[in-house]
Write a protein that binds this ligand. Structure first.
Ligand code: SAH
Length: 215
């Protein structure tokens, strides 16, 4: 299978027609080998227009959703980014292509261990990973210019707002357990400017400032 060709086709048919314009985002989506972030048995579906299972009851987001969230982050190349919900590490790799440093927090140790090897073999040396409750952020490394939450949450966790730089941006799927909408928050002169975007469905953000428990 020619994965490069499938990636170009994905960008042409799934991203550009739906309004993704940022050239840097489109180029990163053409470059990062999504098929290497999922199990070999489903690699033939890697560039399809859907989320896929990565085990542990978790998913790798649909390519379009990754592109939309990344575009909303307005990355120029110099940013320190915090990601909550590493999952497959695919979104992390896209961020690592477009920002200076990426700090990513995953709750499930097994997933975090798996992606650590993946980042290493793909040659990413600007990704830092931690196992823990991402709703608490990563205070030792704060502040962050950008924060992205890739799991559905009832609200933006307060620690993340505190760990965001002045003029920083947070993107998160906010809503109820089964449906959310992308919320973009910009911190500007001490105020928070909020903007709702695309409807979406993410697995739940489980933690002290997200959904409580597994139920
Ligand atoms: N961006 C990822 C999405 C993974 S799904 C990808 O495309 O592969 C969301 C991930 O968030 C899951 O791996 C889940 O375990 C993780 N998660 C849920 N609650 C979390 C929390 N409080 N802190 C860190 N990670 C969390």
């Amino acid at each position: 299978m020619d994965f490069k060709e499938l990636r170009d086709f994905m960008v042409k048919t799934q991203l550009i027609p739906r309004g993704i314009k940022d050239e840097r985002v489109l180029n990163a989506m053409k470059k990062v080998p999504r098929h290497l972030f999922i199990d070999e048995s489903i690699q033939n579906m890697a560039y399809d227009d859907m989320a896929l299972s990565i085990g542990e009851g978790q998913t790798i987001s649909q390519p379009y959703m990754v592109a939309v969230m990344t575009e909303l982050l307005e990355l120029k190349g110099n940013e320190k980014v915090l990601e909550i919900g590493t999952g497959s590490g695919y979104q992390t790799a896209i961020l690592a292509e477009l920002a200076k440093d990426v700090y990513t927090v995953e709750r499930v140790a097994l997933l975090a261990n798996r992606v650590e090897e993946r980042f290493h073999s793909l040659g990413y040396n600007n990704i830092h990973i931690k196992v823990g409750d991402g709703t608490l952020g990563w205070s030792e490394e704060a502040p962050f210019d950008r924060i992205i939450i890739t799991a559905g949450t009832p609200r933006i966790p307060t620690p993340l707002i505190e760990q965001l730089s002045e003029e920083g941006i947070i993107i998160a799927p906010v809503g109820d357990r089964f449906s959310q909408q992308l919320l973009k928050v910009r911190k500007s002169k001490g105020k928070l400017l909020e903007d709702y975007h695309t409807p979406c469905v993410f697995v739940p953000l489980i933690g002290e400032h997200g959904w409580k428990g597994e139920g």
